[in-house]
Design a protein. Structure first.
Length: 459
């Protein structure tokens, strides 16, 4: 038992200590990942102006699709890896890793090729106006080169975390973010390269993060990888995709929301005093600022995933419930802080991304306060969706992923403006958030009741 405990502490250490050890590096890693876009947005806003910010906004869906691919492979592989480790099946866990690495490279290269070929039609669909399009093309032609690197880094970070190396996962992301932050002002202000400079800085940072992530393949602690494990199997890939689907489609849903938002804001903005570009630029800043808060919550969720998966595989249901409960408690504290910042300091936050006229600040502050009013319950849906993936129930996780973004938010964005104009878009956010929370609470209550029944059966 002592030997087993030393190799697999996920089922033995105190839950609060264990979650802290996994969640803190995961939170930092997710924060760093979101900071790539935030740092670009800040420096572009200061160096290029709000048209540059609008350009990064219309290009952002391409990044969220990229992250969706990384989550499909990374979360799916990490969930299966944890479940197999919990069940003592190390050879199957090794096959999961090998197949996952093959998927990362295949999907990454294919995605970059598609982006480069169909870039202009994509940016048009994402809401780029004639004034914004040149900036968006300049930025995205370059960042597309780094997308395979981003997929491998993020997916490998999930596997490293599941293997018991959350600090290594964090370091992979941190290296790239530091480089990006240093190089952004140099390329934008010193070399006067504008949005292209920000894109180059991003790709350079991603390359060094990629090298660190790739190195971990030879340093797994719980499995011994052999060349025979690195085979792309359709059966393995489908199993991995089934467990990563809920998290992945949540990112795809974010992309769909961004596309619908961009086009709705430009359409109804043109009918208002704000015009087309002000709502587009303001929305990009608000959504990316919110992404910082969500990255912390996603980090908590991903930090809890290997603990939940291992203990569920080992039939330690009481520890599963305790881990979920503690993750929710941490989420509510973070969300409450975010709520206060968005409600009481919106102008100060917006000012970080460059200046604007009175109309710009009027719309942007109102949009931030109202659209994010129910942010305090958003994290419950995110953590619960990942919880179902971690225990091997991807369909429930997938449904929860879709509730806020697809089932509620997109229809509200399309319907409410018909009666309220651009104000309908602003109020769609809190209504969708609250409706998704009610659905999530129902799913979780039923699952916890079922888990207590399983616990009585195994007692």
């Amino acid at each position: 038992m002592k030997e087993e405990q030393r190799e697999n502490p996920l089922g033995y250490e105190k839950i609060s200590t264990l979650l802290k050890g996994f969640a803190i590096p995961s939170v930092i890693a997710m924060l760093v990942s979101s900071l790539y876009n935030i740092v670009d947005q800040i420096f572009i806003g200061q160096g290029v102006g709000y048209l540059g910010n609008a350009a990064t906004n219309v290009a952002y869906p391409l990044t969220t699709i990229c992250l969706a691919i990384a989550l499909l492979i990374g979360i799916g592989s990490a969930s299966r890896f944890s479940l197999y480790l919990g069940g003592g099946m190390k050879d199957k866990a090794a096959k999961v890793v090998g197949n996952g690495v093959c998927m990362m490279f295949a999907f990454g290269i294919l995605y970059t090729v598609l982006v480069e070929i169909f870039l202009v039609p994509m940016l048009t669909a994402f809401g780029a106006t004639a004034d914004v399009m040149p900036y968006a093309i300049s930025y995205t032609r370059i960042t597309a080169v780094g997308m395979p690197l981003l997929i491998v880094t993020n997916a490998m970070s999930n596997l490293a975390r599941a293997d018991g190396s959350p600090k290594y996962s964090m370091t992979c992301m941190l290296v790239g973010a530091i480089l990006n932050t240093i190089l952004d002002p140099i390329f934008i202000f010193v070399f006067d390269m504008g949005v292209a400079g920000a894109a180059i800085a991003t790709v350079i940072g991603q390359f060094f993060s990629f090298l660190m992530a790739l190195r971990y393949i030879w340093h797994f602690k719980n499995v011994e990888l052999e060349r025979s494990h690195f085979r792309l199997s359709l059966e393995e890939s489908l199993s991995t995709a089934s467990l990563g689907m809920s998290n992945s489609l949540n990112q795809v849903a974010i992309t769909l929301v961004q596309i619908v938002l961009n086009n709705s804001l430009t359409y109804y903005g043109a009918q208002s005093a704000y015009g087309m570009e002000i709502p587009l630029a303001a929305c990009g800043i608000v959504m990316k600022t919110n992404a910082i808060l969500l990255s912390i919550i996603i980090g908590i969720s991903q930090g809890s995933q290997p603990i939940i998966g291992f203990n569920y595989g080992a039939a330690q249901y009481d520890r599963v419930r305790k881990t979920y409960k503690l993750a929710i408690q941490c989420d509510l504290v973070i969300s409450a802080i975010g709520f206060c910042l968005f409600q009481f300091f919106p102008r100060q936050i917006l000012s970080l991304f460059g200046s604007g006229d009175a109309l710009y600040y009027e719309f942007a502050t109102r949009f931030m306060r109202i659209f994010l009013f129910m942010i305090i319950v958003n994290g419950i849906q995110i953590i619960s969706s990942n919880f179902f993936a971690a225990i091997g129930k991807p369909v429930k996780g997938l449904l929860l992923s879709m509730t806020r973004q697809v089932i509620f938010l997109i229809p509200l964005i399309l319907i409410l403006p018909l009666f309220l104009g651009i104000e309908g878009i602003v109020f769609a956010g809190p209504v969708a958030d609250f409706a998704a929370f009610l659905v999530t609470a129902t799913f979780i209550a039923r699952e916890m009741k079922m888990m207590k029944g399983l616990e009585r059966e195994t007692a």
